[in-house]
Design a protein around this ligand. Structure first.
Ligand code: H79
Length: 421
């Protein structure tokens, strides 16, 4: 049952068996769509170091260019995002139809977006801006009614002498990784789960060599502090409350587990000036539908600039997704993976008494031909039709034929509702 296809799920991105059916995940299972935010010092170089374009994802620039801590750390003195507006960021997620927001409290570079007592390398103590980004977002999320989660890089920390990943400043063989987990990571997780109200999930990442005992102690630590806080499967060692597909990986088939695909709108997570490879709004809506039809959640990322601006192409695409969801959200939120899988031109989702057929490629004659379904179908209408005009329906032994309009009602994805009661 709980099989995670290897092409989309790395071995260490698991889901603890006891989490299956766990009601703590009910809100998350219904939510389907979240906003990921990668923001930190890497937004300042934005893909360029000493006049040279650094290839790869933007938040990895310190690693990719082997920038010494002594040169990277002073970026903090330049970080002054005067255009940051928590209300606007949260409002964008709302307009996009996203139900939870996950932001980098600390990425691999080690810089903290919040006031930490464990290091001065944080937004409040080391930047001219001096404001606690997480506190402002927590207040806005509470005000606007959206759940807040934190990304936290538990294994890699290229700034901490005992964190994983930086072998250009530090001797990896001399690191006390266990001490770093106990005396730095866990107290920081305590801060995150104590100072910002209810946190819906902690999104750990790149477990790498973390031991099972260390992963488990982090998981337990989170649950002791906030029992309802979910832990992403990337805590490592097949632990966690839900499985995480690889970055931008969508499994080829439905998966009978709680799972999520984290994904980019262009190719980077952290802002890069020269990444213009934006996916189209149609592609993004169809990816959402594809993921939900297979039983998963879509955590879609934005990378704001060093000024605190969300790139306009991201804003436009998220708003277009929100517009599609305004009409078709019933077929997404609270739905389950659909009964018809594997057809290239459509996807299905379901709720009790309803099957939703999301048609990507509308047939030239307007006639929708579906394979036979398990139960009886009593009616069909377009979700985008407020009058719910009945579509002609004929059932044969080998399938179902629905008479739709000649032209696609929605060029992105037209949803036909099949009723069974
Ligand atoms: O936070 C985002 C990424 O930074 C993080 N996961 C998502 C959610 C992530 N961590 N590691 N990876 C993704 C894999 C990174 C691979 C690469 Fe590289 C980074 C390829 C190019 C830069 C490592 C460094 C491999 C080659 C150079």
């Amino acid at each position: 049952m709980n099989t995670l296809p290897p092409e989309a799920f790395a071995a260490n991105r698991g889901q603890r068996a006891e989490a299956i059916g766990d009601p703590r995940l009910d809100w998350w299972r219904a939510a389907k769509f979240g906003l990921f935010i990668h923001w930190g010092l890497y937004a300042i170089p934005a893909g360029e170091w000493k006049g040279e374009a650094i290839p790869g994802i933007g938040e990895w620039i310190m690693h990719r260019a082997r920038i010494p801590v002594a040169e990277y750390e002073p970026l903090a003195a330049q970080f002054n995002p005067v255009k940051f507006d928590a209300a606007e960021w949260v409002s964008l997620a709302k307009r996009a139809g996203q139900k939870y927001l996950v932001i980098t409290s600390k990425h691999h570079d080690g810089f903290c977006l919040y006031k930490s007592d464990l290091t001065r390398y944080n937004m409040v103590d080391s930047t001219p801006f001096g404001r606690d980004i997480l506190a402002e977002l927590a207040a806005e999320c509470a005000r606007q009614g959206i759940r807040l989660g934190f990304y936290y890089s538990q294994t890699q920390d290229w700034h901490h002498p005992d964190g994983d990943g930086n072998d250009w400043d530090y001797d990896e063989s001399k690191k006390d990784f266990g001490g770093y987990i106990e005396n730095y990571v866990k107290p920081q997780v305590t801060e995150l789960l104590t100072n910002y109200g209810p946190i819906c999930l902690i999104w750990f990442d790149t477990p790498k060599g973390i031991s099972e005992a260390q992963s488990r102690s982090l998981l337990d630590h989170v649950h002791q502090l906030q029992p309802d806080c979910l832990v992403c499967g990337r805590v490592g060692n097949a632990l966690g409350d839900y499985a995480s597909a690889g970055d931008n990986k969508i499994p080829s088939m439905a998966v009978d587990a709680d799972w999520e695909t984290p994904a980019t709108i262009n190719d980077t997570w952290g802002f890069k000036t020269d990444d213009h490879n934006w996916k189209s709004a149609t592609d993004l809506v169809r990816k959402l539908v594809d993921i939900v039809s297979k039983g998963g959640n879509y955590l879609l990322n934005i990378g704001p600039t060093a000024e605190g601006i969300i790139p306009q192409p991201s804003v436009e695409r998220l708003e277009a997704m929100g517009a599609w969801l305004d009409v078709n959200g019933e077929a997404i939120y609270g739905s389950k993976r659909g009964p018809i899988q594997g057809l290239p031109w459509c996807r299905t989702t379901r709720k009790p008494g309803h099957i939703y057929v999301h048609v990507f490629d509308w047939p030239a004659d307007g006639t929708i031909r579906l394979p036979a379904l398990d139960g009886p179908v009593t009616g069909a209408y377009l979700l985008g039709d407020p009058a719910r005009t009945a579509l002609p329906l004929s059932q044969q032994n080998d399938g179902l034929i629905i008479g739709g309009p000649a032209a696609a009602p929605d060029p992105v994805a037209s949803v036909i509702v099949l009723t069974s009661e």
